[in-house]
Design a binder for this molecule. Sequence first.
Ligand SMILES: Cc1cc2nc3c(=O)[nH]c(=O)nc-3n(C[C@H](O)[C@H](O)[C@H](O)COP(=O)(O)OP(=O)(O)OC[C@H]3O[C@@H](n4cnc5c(N)ncnc54)[C@H](O)[C@@H]3O)c2cc1C
Length: 517
Amino acid sequence: MQQEFSFQVSPETAGNADALKHHLSREKGLPFSEIRHVEVLKRSIDARQKKIKVNLKVQVYLQEDFKEEKITTPEYKDVSNADAVIIVGAGPAGLFAALRCIELGKKPIVIERGKDVRARRRDLKKLNIEHVVNEDSNYCFGEGGAGTYSDGKLYTRSKKRGDVKRVLELFVAFGATKEILVEAHPHIGTNKLPAIIQDITKTIKKYGGEVLFNSRVTDLQVKDAEIQGVTLLDGRKITAKKVILATGHSARDIFFLLYNKNIHIEAKPFALGVRVEHPQVLIDQIQYHTPNRGEFLPPSSYSIVKQVGGRGVYSFCMCPGGIIAPCATSPGEIVTNGWSPSKRDQATANSGIVVEIKPSDYAIFGTSPLAALKFQQEVEQKAWLAGGKTQTAPAQRLVDFSNGKISGNLPETSYKPGITLVELGEVLPGFVHKSLQKGFVEFGKSMKGYFTNEAVVHATESRTSSPVRIPRDPATLEHVQIKGLYPCGEGAGYAGGIVSAAIDGEKCAEKAVLAMG
Ligand SMILES: Cc1cc2nc3c(=O)[nH]c(=O)nc-3n(C[C@H](O)[C@H](O)[C@H](O)COP(=O)(O)OP(=O)(O)OC[C@H]3O[C@@H](n4cnc5c(N)ncnc54)[C@H](O)[C@@H]3O)c2cc1C
């Protein structure tokens, strides 16, 4: 017999199978000897009160053995000889679009400017140590896209639970642990993501799809407002009547290409700011109200938003126990983001802290949809100049930042290329700087201990989302002007993270295949 229960327990009880059985026996009147297995279905931490609780939803197996169900991929069939769909970009949107094409019987041809995971790792090393930015192979570009060397947080604001479950189950089928189906805030970790991504590409190829690395798309072939295929940097032309464009938020050349070809794009709101790093132990103390979080609580995270002078200032992509990464995609710019290993066991916690940007904020760059890109780029370039024309990031202690004072020195940082002392008012646009200065003070009121000079502010966090949208017909998901072209994922403005990009990839593939008949 199976019975489902939802209840709250201490972290110690939640983390110990026997203690959990005793709890169920005591509180729910279940005979202890008859409980064969307790399967946790959902887990979340409630740290609002001094005494921390874990919310659990469990399935109890009474006098019945539990049989572990293996989560597998759908039954893919060979699509080598099927009609092709071109997919530009091998990020989560592109890869999940490719898998869905195979599932629906069409052949995906994935075209990726970057390198495979292994070769890409060498370029990341060069970036971290020698400060060399490869424009096709970096933290944003390459097999798996921007998601490969990330924290792999898998939560999304997407309301469609069915779609989210499907994507998470696919991640499990490709090697993620089943925990991601249970945790309220699941994550995979940088050490595990590359193997999962490699397995996805291997599967795409195994069933007759193609994955072309080192292949930058430089042009779209369009005839009579209908897509015909794409042209690569080396002059190769690849033809197909359906092209899913999933090139991510950092593919500025694609936005320029569309603009120059008079293919409609539009500006959209985005956010920009800095990445702040605190000792993880400090964040744990703030969030868990205890000097030591112990062995049963995970490294804590935070999510915070304040209104400062009518503008949102908020945390973005917080990485507990993580590292700040250099995420520039071109030489001459500094962009930061963060990642964590699966255990989140690094000594520091980092988070983007960003300010809402509106079109009127960058009116000096004109009214074209590319104005936002120019604004974003200028901030990144100023950081590069202030940092000494390397990947060294300009930085300041947090309280000094808010007080507009140059720090006397800087503590160690997880950001491998290093940091240098700068008054960040020199780098950030005035209104961003002021909003952040006040925002941090406000954060400190809600999170006692957060506003401290132990924390370091790094510039810049500028690629939180795409500043451009590639508009599409909501019914067919085709570009509003170009038949057969499917703008997809974060770069096109329809996703804001790994899961939502994957969901959008699947949706675009479904629409493209449906239109092929
Ligand atoms: C360091 C870091 C940490 C992150 N952490 C998280 C996290 O924990 N959780 C989360 O949800 N999100 C995280 N993100 C964001 C997340 O990775 C993105 O939201 C997601 O990858 C977007 O997916 P996408 O497929 O739309 O685009 P992308 O992942 O950006 O993929 C686009 C792909 O297109 C390729 N491409 C671009 N131009 C061309 C061209 N001209 N020709 C061929 N190929 C091209 C690029 O090389 C890239 O591989 C993180 C991002 C970074 C950089």
